[in-house]
Design a protein around this ligand. Structure first.
Ligand code: ZN
Ligand code: ZN
Length: 238
């Protein structure tokens, strides 16, 4: 258990961590953990977990709709062409449901709790696992051996895993579609490649060589700066 405040390992500190590694000047502090994850990351992770049952149902519906398409039911398809109907849905469901169950097993083992019931129907099992994780979420985010790992792909941090599964489910069900491009060029690379995606903490540069992250405030003052500069230039020309 840390004695002095440590930065939250969550997505809230992505820009701060980027500044730390690239040496870019930043005039703000990281978001501190309470004591490991900040309150916002704790809250968001709980919301993501609560939304998973509905998202899993939506992924399953997608598979059913896929199966309903006549072109998909042929058994004469040559090997190695199209996947079987609903395959993508099934694979994603297995990945998320398997991951949730593994996390439950892991917590049960660490907390010396009785093993998970395995001889129950899939739907019931998912509900039970999510209820279990909700009960033990605070422990998982603050006391799990991987709770302080930085959130990134393949991290074993329970919060990061839950957020990743949620994001995958959103993308699959096409509910993450609200992405807007910002008009000012990137502060670092100069490309017009700044985008904000719904639910994200930052405006992100999509130039693969750059990847700069800006908060709303930073973007606003940068856009003002550009507007000022172009006004001055216009006056000089006139
Ligand atoms: Zn945080
Ligand atoms: Zn950039």
């Amino acid at each position: 258990m840390p004695t002095s405040p440590t930065p939250c390992p969550g997505g809230c500190n992505r820009a701060w961590r980027q500044a730390e590694t690239t040496g870019l000047p930043r005039d703000y502090q990281p978001t501190w953990g309470q004591p490991v994850h900040c309150h916002e990351c704790q809250h968001r992770t709980r919301t993501c977990l609560a939304e998973l049952p509905e998202l899993l149902a939506a992924i399953w519906l997608e598979a059913m709709n896929g199966t309903a398409r006549p072109a998909d039911v042929t058994t004469m398809r040559p090997a190695g062409t199209a996947p079987w109907p609903g395959q993508a849905s099934r694979l994603l469901t297995d990945l998320i449901v398997g991951g949730l169950a593994e996390l439950e097993d892991d917590i049960r083992q660490l907390r010396q709790l009785p093993a998970r019931a395995v001889d129950i129907r899939e739907g019931t099992a998912i509900t039970a696992t999510i209820a279990f994780l909700d009960t033990h979420l605070h422990w998982a985010l603050e006391h799990h051996p991987c709770a302080a790992e930085i959130h990134e792909r393949d991290s074993a941090n329970p919060a990061s895993q839950i957020r990743t599964w949620h994001a995958m489910a959103l993308r699959f069900t096409r509910r993450d579609a609200r992405v807007e491009q910002r008009t000012a060029p990137c502060k670092r690379c100069g490309w017009r490649s700044l985008f904000y995606a719904d639910g994200e903490d930052y405006i992100e540069c999509r130039n693969p060589a750059c990847g700069a992250l800006l908060t709303e405030d930073e973007y606003a003052s940068w856009a003002r700066e550009i507007a000022e500069t172009s006004r001055t230039q216009l006056r000089q020309v006139a």
